[in-house]
Write a protein that binds this ligand. Structure first.
Ligand code: AHR
Length: 630
């Protein structure tokens, strides 16, 4: 009853079709993928003592926060004035504790300036019951003046998600301390001061076609002063000026007052991450407008040049050779070869004529100077709303290369949306489904992506795949949620300080990404696209590298569906076929830290006869069938 026209492809699948959307929300970067364990390492949070406490009463003036505006991006430091030998200490609580593992090594480092030599430091790692689980010491070099760095390694004797760090100051003397930092040595690719291995690995496992960064609403900032400015996130990390995170706010009843962006994970690191995991880098820049869900400030048109210059300079940073000013910085940071940037987003969820006006100014300059860069513009978050329709029309009228659409909707919307792009204009702008997630009703407590949400997304994605000639890229959002510090749910991947797991939505995204194919192949039932008739959804691709026909089939019924799929082709189907199944009769089931693989793919042998597959698809299931084509 189903027919696949293998020899009649209707278009190409973009090589970067299924990707990831990264934003520092829910402790995604600081306290998440950026492996720094010390919170407020440079005393630059609004309250310089946030995250820290003194371990005992100290004499007046012996621990002072100094604010020296001459120090670029990092004015504050901690001045220690210690005339006697009694040890003085401070403790850092980490980001909801520090995750450390038994037997692994950790590097404590700092910057210091000796005013009167004679001080040394002793560092201790404690578990949640204050038991000592690691210790080391270092003396501050007496001979030098000016700012210097020092570091020491030690091993943790216990695994805990809630460690804390004591820094004891011993001896007598006067010094300024800054950038007090603790990292695991085992980071992603063992890069010093790098990223959390497990969190990068779960992304790499998806083989994402692109990574969009740095957000989301944080691109816009709560006001223009706190917008994301990429130039402040590159160069030496101690000079990267932190800002308050847009998500340091009351949102959906979650208050995260200690949420700042320290930019240890900055634009250089984002490009590197993209390269590491084989993803196209897709940066999004502020368009001269702050978050309209917040202050909604706009920059006057006559001052927009600075913002446009940021875009031009970013292209130079990514693609310029090391003779150019920004290309030189990239080379000095360790990457002489260009990053080969191809796309650039201008604005995120900005709307109204004020957005169109600013976007037009960006487009004029960017297209003149860099016609090779595709421009992505945002049409917002309400696909049925007037704002969205207004923008969609304007953006198409401007011939914008790619329109970024966002949908946070109930499962019913995702199911009916499987046909959304079937009649789309094939000649105009392409689509980037840049943020989506199926939102079921959530109880209080950590939001979870249930199987119901994930299966409705799987159904919707058949529509994106079938229309891959129009829909060039797609990413779920948000990406990460920290179980002890989140503002938004559901999220694709949940973590605590030691563990990580993918939700059912992650399993769906991953199956699409690992089986994306190269050519769109029509699958029909009674000559019509399969978009929910009898609650069944399907799409098909051919992969010219592996020479496989790949069928994606969603049964959204509480009963099995028996289907017969005929393949019409001059070619032969021959050899071992496989099917990968995600299924559960209970739509409310979800993965969790305790049961990370409640929903996980199961691989089996698929059977076929000649060019016909007869398959019984289980209730509430997503099946990927892979057939070898000769
Ligand atoms: O993904 C969470 C938020 O949703 C993003 O920051 C924003 O773009 C959207 O409103």
């Amino acid at each position: 009853n189903f027919n696949v026209q293998l020899d009649k492809p209707t278009g190409k699948i973009s090589p970067h079709m299924w990707g990831v959307f990264f934003e520092d929300i829910n402790l995604g970067a600081d306290g998440g993928i950026y492996a720094e364990l010390v919170k407020n390492r440079s005393f630059e949070f609004d309250n310089p003592w946030m995250g820290w406490k003194k371990l005992q009463e100290v004499p007046e003036g012996s621990m002072l926060i100094v604010n020296d505006n001459k120090r670029k991006g990092n004015a504050r430091s901690l001045k220690i004035n210690k005339p006697d030998a009694i040890a003085m200490g401070l403790q850092n609580e980490g980001f909801r504790g520090m995750g450390v593992r038994q037997g692994e090594s950790y590097v404590f480092s700092l910057l210091y300036k000796q005013l009167t030599p004679g001080l040394s430091l002793s560092v201790e790692l404690l578990d949640e019951n204050d038991k000592l689980i690691g210790k080391s010491s270092l003396s501050l070099d007496a001979g030098e003046t000016g700012w210097q760095s020092a570091e020491v390694k030690f091993t943790a004797a216990e695994t805990t998600a809630k460690a804390k760090l004591n820094v004891w100051i011993e001896g007598t003397g006067v010094a300024e301390l800054d950038m007090l930092s603790l990292f695991p040595t085992a980071t992603w690719k063992n890069r010093p001061k790098g990223l959390r291995k497990d969190m990068v690995q779960i992304l790499a496992d998806m083989k994402p076609g692109f990574i969009r960064f740095p957000g989301g609403c944080i691109v816009e900032g709560r006001d223009l002063a706190n917008r994301f400015q990429w130039k402040k996130t590159v160069g030496p990390i101690e000079q990267r000026e932190l800002i308050i995170n847009r998500w340091n706010t009351e949102f959906k009843n979650r208050l995260t007052p200690d949420y700042f962006q320290t930019f240890g994970l900055g634009f250089y690191e984002y490009f590197l991450l993209a390269e590491d995991i084989g993803a196209e880098a897709v940066p999004i820049l502020n368009c001269g407008m702050a978050c309209q869900f917040n202050t909604g400030e706009v920059v006057p048109m006559e001052e927009l040049d600075t913002y446009i210059q940021d875009a031009l300079d970013l292209i130079e940073f990514a693609n310029g050779d090391s003779q150019t000013a920004w290309g030189k910085l990239r080379a000095e940071m360790g990457h002489p070869a260009p990053f080969n940037l191809k796309m650039l987003g201008v604005g995120n969820e900005n709307w109204g004529p004020q957005y169109v006006e600013r976007l037009a100014a960006f487009k004029k300059v960017l297209k003149e100077k860099h016609p090779e860069i595709a421009i992505i513009a945002s049409s917002g978050t309400d696909p049925e709303g007037d704002r969205f329709a207004f923008l969609d029309e304007r953006l198409r009228g401007m011939d914008i290369d790619i329109i970024d659409e966002h949908y946070y909707r109930p499962p019913s919307w995702f199911l009916s949306g499987a046909a959304r792009y079937d009649d789309y204009d094939r000649n105009g702008s392409k689509i980037f489904a840049g943020e989506y997630a199926s939102h079921t009703t959530r109880p209080n407590g950590p939001g979870r992506s249930t199987w119901e949400a994930a299966l409705s997304e799987a159904a919707f994605l058949t529509g994106l795949e079938r229309n891959g000639d129009v829909v060039q890229m797609a990413s779920y959002a948000p990406l990460f949620g920290h179980v002890d510090g989140w503002q938004w749910s559901p999220d694709l991947i949940w973590v605590d300080n030691l563990q990580v797991y993918g939700t059912p939505s992650y399993q769906v995204q991953k199956l699409y990404a690992l089986n994306k194919g190269t050519d769109i192949i029509p699958i029909t039932r009674n000559q019509a696209n399969v978009t929910g008739q009898d609650s069944v959804y399907a799409s098909t691709v051919y992969d010219e590298q592996t020479k496989e026909l790949i069928i994606k089939f969603i049964n959204y019924n509480d009963k099995p569906v028996d289907a017969s799929i005929d393949i019409t082709s001059k070619r032969k189907i021959s050899g071992a076929a496989t099917k990968i199944v995600l299924a559960n009769a209970d739509l409310h089931i979800a993965n969790s830290l305790e049961e990370p693989l409640a929903i996980q793919p199961k691989q089996q042998t698929a059977t076929y006869k000649g060019k016909t597959i007869k398959e019984s698809f289980p209730p509430y299931s997503f099946t990927v069938i892979k057939l070898p084509v000769k």
